[in-house]
Design a protein around this ligand. Structure first.
Ligand code: URP
Ligand code: ZN
Ligand code: ZN
Length: 676
């Protein structure tokens, strides 16, 4: 437990297999009787080496063999799909006819031919091999499958595990039109990053129904972490690292370690990501809430108001900018934090912002709900904001290019898990759902409301993510050669979101009752029809790990150019801000005059924290031994090169009695009554 009462890594109970209405609960022996041999050879995906010594898997709600399942949306009828229908040659050939293809930059009416998981042809009157299945898409939009940039499947967190694991979480993703998730490797502070990475790969590889990639969290800093980051980028397919300004004593890095981690990301061509909240202040204010007797979920927001997020966002941007490192702000939850991103972008900083389904689709007033479970169901960090105009504001910024991608921070906990904090809000596991509903919520609040057009919808739900994480145009585009991750989207159909019908394992939905336009009628993942006119056919372990290479052009293109500009500027031909801020020394003659000596006779009267017994030199809090470290003058006076100022606010003469102020009625240069 941290000294401010939070308990992030208490002994973790293993997740309890859910006894929900699922395929394998309803069909006894489904695995043994109907297993298909879908081995690695069947996959085109890049599988990177895995650690053979990794931990055994946590209990999975489902066995791991690859099994095709067909599940109706209402889960009343559950049947298996015949083998040849699932994986046979006809199924690997698909023709989508009559729809309107929407990419981020244009829409066209054209047919699409898919074979072996890849888009092979786009056009009209295509000549295609026989035996292909035809899907009629008249009146529908054909969009790239969604990419959820931010999930935490089965995350061990706050004494428990997120209930949606890599199976139920990715199945739900597909149900909603998301064909790729990006999850976070987030282990306890001190665990080697490579071990943590292997653990996540082992959890995910056997369970994922759709493709996935990994970001890695850096929660402590050392030379070995810096080396591991290099291995992760060069050998393990990772190009993004998340650092925390919150979760004091658990995940939080201080400013100097943040700066070091940003510099390292820059060296490696990786994208630095931050969870931006001021962890110190949260720790203090949390204690204040408890002292005031406010122990319910509403205290969660009150001890981390939006300024706490905005300050940390601004600080992270400043530090990253000083490190010349591109920065990605995850889960932008407030207007003030979004304004920080917008302002920095206007000033030319390479910074990106990710609002999430929750911050775009609902608000934080629910934390004040009289029903404890309902209120706790909305607790996440940074919190949903009680200002009800927040979702619309964030959507406007997203629609107009100030924010770029959308994730969900999907990290779900059932009622009994949330109840760990029933008497103390600090123990409520932080996290909400979203992976299944992100696409529909953004369509409803963004496109249906008239704030963004379908092209922009595609940009913010897949294309921009694919570009920033360097997997474009394999993902995020409908083009010849791209992966056949495709959604046939009915913009006119509606559905009502509910925990009773969703595919997630969690027993609660923050969008409960919301009627949304925009329904994925067919979802195709790597060429497989996984949502087929409302019926689900997912295969555990069918998804692939997608390596994300460093130096994404959309991220580093500008950074590299800036460096080139710096080189050219040596000849004085190009001026730029980057050149101007490059540190330059002033050439000057050596000072040869007298040098004062440091006075040591005031040591007894200095406050104890300013005494250094070894050197007899007074020190400031933030300057350590460097403060007034120059030798005294020959006569014992203070070295005039030393500043009398310290960042702590302490002065060299703090221990000297103050002289009374002398008011000068008529100062030289005239009187001024103005404040300066
Ligand atoms: O509440 C949240 N966000 N839980 C997951 C951990 C994180 O900070 O993203
Ligand atoms: Zn976070
Ligand atoms: Zn998160």
């Amino acid at each position: 437990m941290t000294d401010d009462g939070y308990d992030f890594f208490a002994p973790q109970p293993r997740p309890v297999p859910r006894a929900k209405n699922t395929m394998f609960d309803l069909v006894p022996d489904a695995f043994t009787a109907k297993t298909l041999e879908l081995t690695g050879e069947h996959r085109r995906g890049k599988r990177l080496p895995q650690n053979k010594n990794s931990e055994p898997e946590v209990a999975s709600p489902r066995p791991s063999p690859s099994v095709p399942v067909q599940e109706s949306f209402d889960k009343d009828v559950v049947t298996d799909v015949e083998a040849e229908k699932w994986e046979g040659s006809a199924q690997s050939r698909l023709l989508i006819k009559g729809g309107k293809i929407v990419n981020d930059d244009q829409s066209i009416h054209a047919d699409i031919y898919i074979e072996d998981g890849v888009i092979k042809q786009i056009g009209n009157n295509l000549v295609i091999p026989g035996g292909a299945r035809t899907i009629e898409a008249q009146g529908k939009l054909i969009i790239p499958g969604g990419i959820d940039t931010h999930t935490h499947m089965q995350l061990p967190f706050m004494g428990t595990f997120a209930v949606d694991d890599f199976y139920s979480g990715t199945k739900a993703a597909l149900a909603g039109g998301t064909t790729m998730i990006m999850d976070f490797v987030l282990d306890q502070k001190g665990v080697p990053l490579l071990d943590a990475y292997d653990k996540w790969r082992n959890w995910a590889d056997s369970k994922v129904c759709c493709d996935y990639a990994l970001h890695v969290a850096v929660t402590h800093w050392s030379d070995s972490v810096a080396k591991e980051m290099e291995v992760l980028t060069k050998e393990r397919g990772v190009n993004s690292f998340k650092m925390f300004l919150a979760y004091k004593d658990v995940f939080m890095l201080d400013d100097s370690d943040l700066y070091s981690s940003f510099k390292r990301c820059k060296e490696l061509g990786a994208l630095a990501m931050v969870h931006a909240e001021n962890g110190h202040l949260i720790a203090q204010k949390s204690k204040e809430m408890i002292e005031l007797g406010i122990t319910g979920p509403e205290a969660h927001e009150m001890c981390r108001p939006e300024e706490v997020e905005a300050e940390a966002t601004n600080r992270a941007i400043m530090l990253a900018n000083e490190a010349c490192c591109p920065l990605y702000i995850v889960h932008v939850m407030s207007k003030s934090a979004a304004d920080m991103v917008t302002r920095a972008r206007r000033k030319g900083c390479v910074v990106f912002g990710e609002p999430i389904a929750a911050s775009l689709g609902t608000d934080g007033t629910h934390q004040w709900n009289k029903c404890w479970r309902h209120a706790a169901g909305h607790v996440m960090g940074p919190p949903l904001r009680p200002d009800p105009s927040t979702p619309g504001y964030l959507m406007d910024l997203l629609a107009n290019g100030d924010l770029q991608t959308t994730g969900t921070d999907n990290c779900t906990f059932n009622a009994d898990q949330k109840a760990l904090g029933k008497d103390d809000f600090r123990k409520i596991p932080n996290g909400v759902n979203g992976v299944e509903d992100r696409m529909s919520v953004i369509w409803e609040k963004g496109v249906h409301s008239g704030k963004m057009d379908p092209c922009r919808f595609v940009a913010v739900t897949s294309t921009n993510a694919a570009k920033l994480f360097n997997i474009y145009p394999q993902k995020g585009r409908i083009a010849v050669g791209s992966d056949a991750d495709i959604v046939i989207w009915d913009p006119k159909a509606t559905r009502t979101i509910s925990a009773k019908t969703h595919h997630q394992a969690v027993d609660f939905n923050i969008f409960e009752g919301m009627v949304v336009h925009g329904v994925p009628v067919f979802v195709i993942s790597n060429g497989h029809v996984v949502v087929d006119e409302g019926q689900m056919r997912v295969t555990q372990g069918q998804g692939r790990f997608i390596a994300t290479p460093c130096y994404a052009e959309a991220v580093y293109g500008r950074i590299e150019s800036r460096e080139v500009v710096i080189q050219f500027s040596v000849y004085g031909t190009i001026e730029s801000r980057e050149v101007a801020r490059r540190p330059k020394k002033v050439e000057r003659e050596v000072y040869e005059g007298p040098i004062a000596e440091v006075k040591t006779n005031s040591i007894e009267t200095a406050p104890p924290r300013h005494r250094n017994e070894n050197t007899n030199i007074i020190m400031g809090d933030d300057m350590s031994a460097d403060f007034h470290s120059r030798p005294p003058t020959r006569s014992g006076g203070r070295n005039q090169q030393d500043s009398s100022f310290s960042f702590s606010g302490d002065q060299i003469d703090d221990n000297q009695p103050r002289r009374h102020k002398i008011r000068v009625s008529n100062p030289p240069g005239g009187k001024s009554s103005n404040l300066w």
